[in-house]
Design a protein around this ligand. Structure first.
Ligand code: NAP
Length: 280
């Protein structure tokens, strides 16, 4: 059995991040987290994505602590919650994340959403955390090009990552072109469109051709575009399935076929709306 992609993506500051990581949204019970993360680690996953918003940092901290892997063998990402944005509040909330995750640094610290009134101050605090070497890399989520352009008027450090919703129904072509041009790594959230790819007859047909599952086809599509991808599953069989995507290649025609499914469909909120409303 071939294992999970060993491919690392190098961020603009030279830090490497596994191209296939693991999402933890909605994993909020210790037993579920324990089973999922132990199973993920056993099958080669090393990069884990959490957020203050998910309410699971404490649980994850405990699970990581109980696992025999050393801290520097893991890549831990967390994000500042919207209601903690601002300079001092970001610094305080970051300390709490470190305490909860039982670590003295994170590998990647992200701003969860762009918010109109606080994002400059929040980014200043994130820059300070990076300069103090308590985050090995820093970035944002859910930023459109306009948000980067605005942030750049006051930022000293350019975000190294933009974690955004991407799946076959939302390919975000112009934004991803911009991010590539700016050397900002693209991390895809809801890469499986929250599992709906599995019921799509067009993807089921393609999956049959490659003798794979639709989820594996879609994850492979992400990987071939150079995206960092963080599928979430609490189901050990799916955790393994999602890791087995390294031993086949989609043809250019099939990549295009998946691109053609784009319909601008979001499973989550539009960042422009969140920005203007200063929250959800
Ligand atoms: P997702 O990974 O696209 O989908 C997760 C869903 O798909 C779960 O219901 C899971 O079910 C199911 N699933 C996973 N693998 C499967 C497979 N092989 N076959 C069939 N179903 C499968 O969606 P997501 O959790 O929204 O996104 C992934 C991660 O991105 C999150 O966990 C979080 O870490 C991050 N995220 C970030 C933001 C942001 O604003 N920055 C927003 C949303 C998400 P089971 O668990 O029951 O197996």
């Amino acid at each position: 059995m071939l294992s999970l992609t060993k491919q690392n993506i190098l961020l603009a500051n030279g830090i490497g991040i596994a191209q296939l990581g693991f999402g933890t949204y909605k994993i909020t019970e210790y037993e579920v987290a324990k089973q999922a993360i132990d199973s993920a680690i056993e099958h080669g996953y090393r990069a884990f994505d959490t957020a203050q918003l998910y309410g699971n940092e404490k649980i994850l901290g405990r699970v990581f602590q109980e696992n025999p892997l050393k801290r520097d063998e893991l890549f831990i990402t967390t994000k500042i919650a919207n209601d903690k944005q601002g300079y001092d509040t970001t610094l305080t909330a970051f300390e709490q994340s470190l305490t909860d995750l039982q670590t003295d640094y994170v590998d990647l610290f992200l701003m969860h959403w762009p918010l109109k009134t606080t994002f400059f101050q929040t980014w200043k605090a994130i820059e300070r955390i990076y300069e103090e070497k308590r985050a090995r890399a820093i970035g944002v989520c859910n930023f459109h090009q306009t948000h980067f352009e605005l942030l750049s008027t006051q930022a000293n450090i350019k975000p190294m990552v933009n974690q955004i919703e991407i799946h076959p129904y939302l390919i975000q072509q112009s934004l991803t072109d911009y991010l590539r041009h700016e050397d900002i790594a693209i991390q895809a959230w809801s890469p499986l469109a929250r599992s709906s790819v599995n019921e799509d007859p067009r993807l089921i047909k393609l999956a049959k051709k490659y003798q794979r599952s639709p989820a594996q086809i879609v994850l492979r599509w992400h990987i071939q575009q150079g995206y960092i991808v963080i599928p979430k599953s609490a189901t050990p069989a799916r955790i393994i399935e999602n890791s087995l995507i390294d031993d086949f290649q989609l043809t250019a025609d099939d990549m295009n076929l998946i691109n053609s499914l784009d319909e601008g469909f979001r499973t989550g909120p539009d960042p422009d709306v969140v920005f203007e409303k200063d929250g959800f």
